[in-house]
Structures are given as structure tokens and as C-alpha cells.
Design a protein around this ligand. Structure first.
Ligand code: FPP
Length: 246
């Protein structure tokens, strides 16, 4: 990793979320199939995981497949699922060695059975690990997450387990996929697009947003360092004034 950029170890984001965008354009620029862009993208994902481990950042969440991505051509969907299984198999020893816990958010039951089994195996084998929680958002959409949350809370109200007036932010959080994770501190999107695309809408309420033109397959540890350095230069006020923070 690039050690030339002086990062302060004191003010590191605890939770980084990344919208890994630009695989298709990266491949097209080289006259390659989109699948090659995704394949190279898995290497960038691996590099981001290692960089977070090196820095001691405890939560990394990657947007690997959205609820909307099912609308892509079947061949591309199949490629992404195949790559997911291949990467999990390849990275499993590293997950064990480095103390990484795999976590999934999204409609896991929508995924092909083979992918579900593979994911479940890695989840089970890594569930006690604490160095880094690597969350893959798979068949994930924040609106779907809200619907799930509202349904679950409505059921509790209907069964007199809670009253509508006792619904607080904490109650909502308990029903999100991310119930056991801190909010996102830094959200990165690659490829020059400046959108959130239905990703972690509740959890990014106070996140710092960082957009870069770098396409995801080109995204290396030094780019992550740059994003963190940029984050460290910002003043996070959470609604307060600068004077209050001082
Ligand atoms: C967006 O690029 C990327 C995706 C929809 C998939 C991201 C998946 C990977 C990087 C591979 C699997 C990941 C893991 C963690 C194993 P795009 O296809 O929308 O690119 P484009 O906008 O240039 O067409």
C-alpha cells in the first residue's frame, strides 16, 4: 500500500462503504467483455479489504449486487454470481488467517442455491472473527430494507409487543440488515457517477461522500488512502456549529 500519504491513525473512519462502479466501462475501453471488468473488479475488492485490515478499519461494506441488478442480461447476472463463488473460495483462507468476518445484507434467499450455500459456509466459518467485518450487499436495496423494517415493526404493533409511540430511531435500527453495525462514516463511489443508487439510505445520514473518476477495476489501496485523507480534512459537525465542536 502507498505509505507516502500521511494518514492520521487517530481519525480513521470506522465504517467505509463503497459503490464499486465502472467495471463495464473499464472493459469497454480495452475492447474486452464486461465480465473481464467484473473479474478485475474482484481484485480491487480484495485490495480494499487488505487496505482496511492494514489500517485497522473495522467495517467495510461493498455494494456487490443491487435489487435492480437482476434486470441485467442473464449472462451478466450469471457471471457475477459465478465470480462471487469463485472469489469466496479463493479468499476463504485469507478470511480465516486475517480474522475477517463475512456478513451479508440483502435478500440472500433470492440468490442461486449454490451461492447461498457458499456464502453460508463462509459466514459460519468466520462468525467469531473480529478484525474486520466485511459486508457484501447482495440483492440489496435500501427501499426493500425499509419495507422489511416497516413490516416487521407493524407486526410487533399488531401483536401489542410495542406501541406506535415507542418507535424510535433505535427501534428502526434494530430491524435494519445493519442492526449490529455502526453508521457509515465514509461512502465512496467510483467511476465519476454521483448518485447513491438505493444504497444504505438510513445508514449514510451523516456519512461523508467521496466521488472519484477512477473506474473500480483501477481502484487501488492508494486511492482508498486518498479518500480517507480527504475524509480526515473534513469537519463533521452532526448539526452542531464549528465553535461547539472546538
Ligand atoms: C458496477 O459496474 C459493478 C457491479 C454491478 C458489480 C460489482 C461486482 C464486482 C466488483 C465483482 C464481485 C465482487 C465481489 C466482492 C466478489 P458496472 O457494471 O455498472 O459498470 P459500468 O457502469 O461501467 O457499466
Amino acid at each position: 500500500m502507498n505509505t507516502k500519504i500521511p494518514l492520521s491513525k487517530k481519525n480513521l473512519p470506522q465504517h467505509i462503504a463503497i459503490i464499486m462502479d465502472g467495471n463495464g466501462r473499464w472493459a469497454k475501453k480495452r475492447g474486452l467483455l464486461r465480465a473481464m471488468g467484473h473479474e478485475t473488479g474482484t481484485k480491487s475488492a480484495n485490495e480494499a479489504v487488505n487496505a482496511c485490515l492494514d489500517l485497522g478499519i473495522p467495517y467495510l461494506t461493498l455494494y456487490a449486487f443491487s435489487t435492480e441488478n437482476w434486470k441485467r442480461p442473464k449472462l451478466e447476472v450469471d457471471t457475477l454470481m459465478r465470480l462471487l463463488v469463485k472469489s469466496l473460495k479463493r479468499e476463504m483462507p485469507q478470511f480465516i488467517k486475517a480474522g475477517i468476518r463475512l456478513n451479508i445484507i440483502g435478500l440472500m434467499t433470492d440468490l442461486p442455491k449454490k451461492v447461498q450455500q457458499e456464502l453460508q459456509e463462509v459466514i459460519n466459518k468466520t462468525q467469531t472473527h473480529t478484525n474486520l467485518v466485511l459486508t457484501l450487499a447482495l440483492s440489496y436495496g435500501a427501499r426493500e430494507e425499509f419495507i422489511k423494517t416497516v413490516r416487521e415493526i407493524s407486526d410487533k404493533v399488531k401483536n401489542d409487543l410495542i406501541s406506535p409511540h415507542s418507535i424510535t430511531e433505535d427501534v428502526i435500527k434494530e430491524h435494519l440488515y445493519t442492526f449490529d453495525m455502526p453508521d457509515v462514516d465514509l461512502l465512496i463511489r467510483t467511476s465519476g457517477e454521483q448518485r447513491i443508487s438505493n444504497f444504505l439510505l438510513w445508514q449514510i445520514a451523516y456519512a461523508e461522500l467521496y466521488f472519484t473518476d477512477v473506474l473500480w477495476p483501477d481502484f487501488k489501496a492508494e486511492h482508498l488512502n486518498q479518500a480517507i485523507l480527504n475524509y480526515q480534512q473534513r469537519e463533521r459537525r452532526f448539526g452542531k456549529t464549528s465553535e461547539q465542536l472546538r
